[in-house]
Structure formats: structure tokens, C-alpha cells
Design a protein around this ligand. Structure first.
Ligand code: SF4
Length: 326
């Protein structure tokens, strides 16, 4: 591990001052410390932010949710309002990592976590994300777990977060605080596709701090849930996953929110599936027909062609679980 300095921020202003000077924020540390041990990350200065008052989970005036960036994964998943209003969030969190990690890791850290691409974590391998301009070992290497959507010539790594898939489906907003004040960024614009700069992963400015993630209110009744398909039943990242929320009234689907994980360089919203569902009556045939649109634009690699069909089946299955079998 490379030498670094550590200071603990006493309050938000203190944190922002340190962030402006180039300090890296750290809370649970479950991703960053690992990467520092492997010398993938070499920050010179860390700013501890775990004491900042950003842990609250509240229901907004309109019936959405505001989740403080420092709320732990475990406490967010267990929060009665999260479980009642948006079970898709609780389920995505509970299917992530281990119980120990969920107790430490925060919501802000979770959406900031870096890819699990093995070449990214191997400092001897070519990786444009870790070392811009060095190449991408995954393109011709072992790419079974890599992305089929949103890839570029420079990077094909997936985003590893489960809850980010739920936030993408629900069209959440990320609240930021920085030297220039507060701003809100739609979740779809917060995480960046790799393009020619895979080392740039979020639309954060220097020194900006995530303060909360806000999930908008959706019409009720709303059913939602998260399905994760992986090589083993626990402590494993998604090969494919699906976050689904449906509002059905009078036997007709009025609103559909759908996103997929494990397949995109960012959590992958599925607007073609959503559009196909709205105005239709739930049925097994509908779920299958809608899911056929899930892999639109996919560009599979040598070892991950199976993800195209697996993605469609994952989405169809989760639509059936949430929307019912008919
Ligand atoms: Fe690096 Fe991305 Fe290529 Fe993996 S896929 S080796 S993270 S550039």
C-alpha cells in the first residue's frame, strides 16, 4: 500500500474544504481500501466522512424516498418505508455482497464502487480504466462476465452495483454538494459510459460530495422487485439482473420501470421494454414479448454471448414475478 494521509471531517464544510484540496472521501471503505491494498488506487490523502449527518432515510412530501448517502446498505434494506414503498431497493441491497459488508458499506459508496473486471484489479494487465492508453486486456481475454451493452473499443467492463440498477429503473436523482453549491443529477447522467475515457466513471466535479439519492414518487399501487442471476447463490456479482416496478390499474399496465444489471457498462435502463408494456394487459405472453426487446443493441464478446438470451429470460421472469402469472 502506498503512503497516504488521513483526516476525519468534523462537518460538511470541513469535508468540502479537504475535497477541494484533492482529498478522496471515504466512509465504509469497503471498495477503496481493497483497491488501495492492491495498489490499483493510490490516493495521497483520504477524508473520513462517516460522522457527517447524511444517514437519514425519509419519505418525501410526494411519497418518494430520500436516502442519505451515508445510510448503510443494511439499514437502508431493512428500513420499513423502503421495504413497503420500494421493495426493489431492499431486494437489490440484500442480494449484494455479504452481511458484514452491507453493515459497513454506504449507499453513496455503493453507487461509486468500481468494476470487478479482473484485469482492472491486476496491475500487471493492460487496462484503460486504471491506466489510460494502456489498452484493454478483456477485449481478447477472458470476458465471460463483461458487458454486452454500452461498451466501447476502450472498455467493456460492467458496473457492479445492484442497487444502482434499482435506482436506474426508478429514475432516481443524485444530490451533490460541492464548492459551487448543491446540484441534482438524474441517475441516468450520473454514471458515465466508458467511451474513450473509461477512467472517468461519474459526472462528479472536483470535491463534490454525494449527499443523498432521491427516488421519485410513483403512482400506487406499485409492485416492484429485483432478480439477480449469478454463478453461485451468495456473495457473487450478477451475470444478469432485472429491476422491475409496475403500476397496474383497471387490469392495464399504466407505468413500467425496468432496468438490467450485469450486462451494461452502466446500469442499463430498458425503455423499449417499458414502452412495450404500457397500455397492455398483464399476461405471460406479454412478459416474454416485452423481454425480447431487452438486448436491443447488444454487442457480445467471445465468451459472453450467452448473456443475450440470459438477459431476456431474466427480464421475462422478473416481469412475471412482479406482474403475476396469467
Ligand atoms: Fe480495463 Fe475496462 Fe478493459 Fe477491464 S474492460 S481491462 S476495466 S479497460
Amino acid at each position: 500500500m502506498h503512503p497516504f494521509s488521513f483526516t476525519k471531517a468534523a462537518d460538511t464544510r470541513d469535508a468540502l474544504n479537504a475535497g477541494r484540496r484533492g482529498g478522496r472521501y471515504i466512509a465504509g471503505g469497503t471498495t477503496l481500501v481493497d483497491l488501495m491494498r492492491e495498489t490499483v488506487e493510490r490516493p495521497e490523502s483520504l477524508v473520513g466522512i462517516s460522522d457527517l449527518p447524511l444517514r437519514e432515510v425519509t419519505v418525501t412530501e410526494r411519497g418518494g424516498l430520500r436516502i442519505g448517502a451515508l445510510a448503510s446498505m443494511a439499514e437502508t434494506a431493512a428500513h420499513p418505508k423502503v421495504r413497503t414503498l420500494f421493495p426493489v431497493i431492499s431486494e437489490a441491497l440484500e442480494l449484494s455482497a455479504s452481511a458484514q459488508l452491507r453493515n459497513m458499506a454506504t449507499i453513496g459508496g455503493n453507487i461509486m464502487q468500481r468494476t470487478r473486471c479482473t484485469y482492472f484489479r491486476d496491475v500487471t494487465a493492460a487496462c484503460n480504466k486504471r491506466d489510460p492508453g494502456s489498452g484493454c486486456a478483456a477485449l481478447k481475454g477472458r470476458n465471460r462476465t463483461h458487458a454486452i451493452l454500452g461498451t466501447s473499443e476502450d472498455c467493456v467492463a460492467t458496473h457492479p452495483s445492484d442497487v444502482a440498477v434499482a435506482f436506474a429503473a426508478l429514475e432516481a436523482t443524485v444530490h451533490l454538494l460541492g464548492p459551487d453549491g448543491e446540484r441534482r443529477v438524474p441517475f441516468a447522467d450520473f454514471l458515465l459510459r466508458p467511451g474513450k475515457t473509461p477512467n472517468r466513471e461519474q459526472s462528479l466535479k472536483q470535491g463534490e460530495l454525494i449527499t443523498a439519492v432521491e427516488v421519485p414518487a410513483l403512482p400506487r399501487p406499485l409492485k416492484s422487485g429485483y432478480l439477480k442471476v449469478r454463478d453461485r447463490q451468495s456473495y457473487e456479482f450478477a451475470l444478469t439482473s432485472a429491476a422491475v416496478a409496475l403500476h397496474v390499474r383497471g387490469g392495464v399496465i399504466q407505468e413500467a420501470k425496468v432496468a438490467a444489471g450485469g450486462v451494461g457498462t452502466v446500469p442499463w435502463k430498458l425503455p423499449a421494454v417499458e414502452v412495450y408494456l404500457v397500455g397492455e394487459r398483464p399476461s405471460d405472453a406479454l412478459w416474454a414479448a416485452a423481454a425480447d426487446h431487452a438486448a436491443k443493441g447488444a454487442r457480445p464478446l467471445e465468451h459472453n454471448r450467452f448473456k443475450v438470451e440470459l438477459l431476456k429470460r431474466t427480464v421475462a421472469r422478473q416481469l412475471r414475478i412482479v406482474g403475476g402469472t396469467r
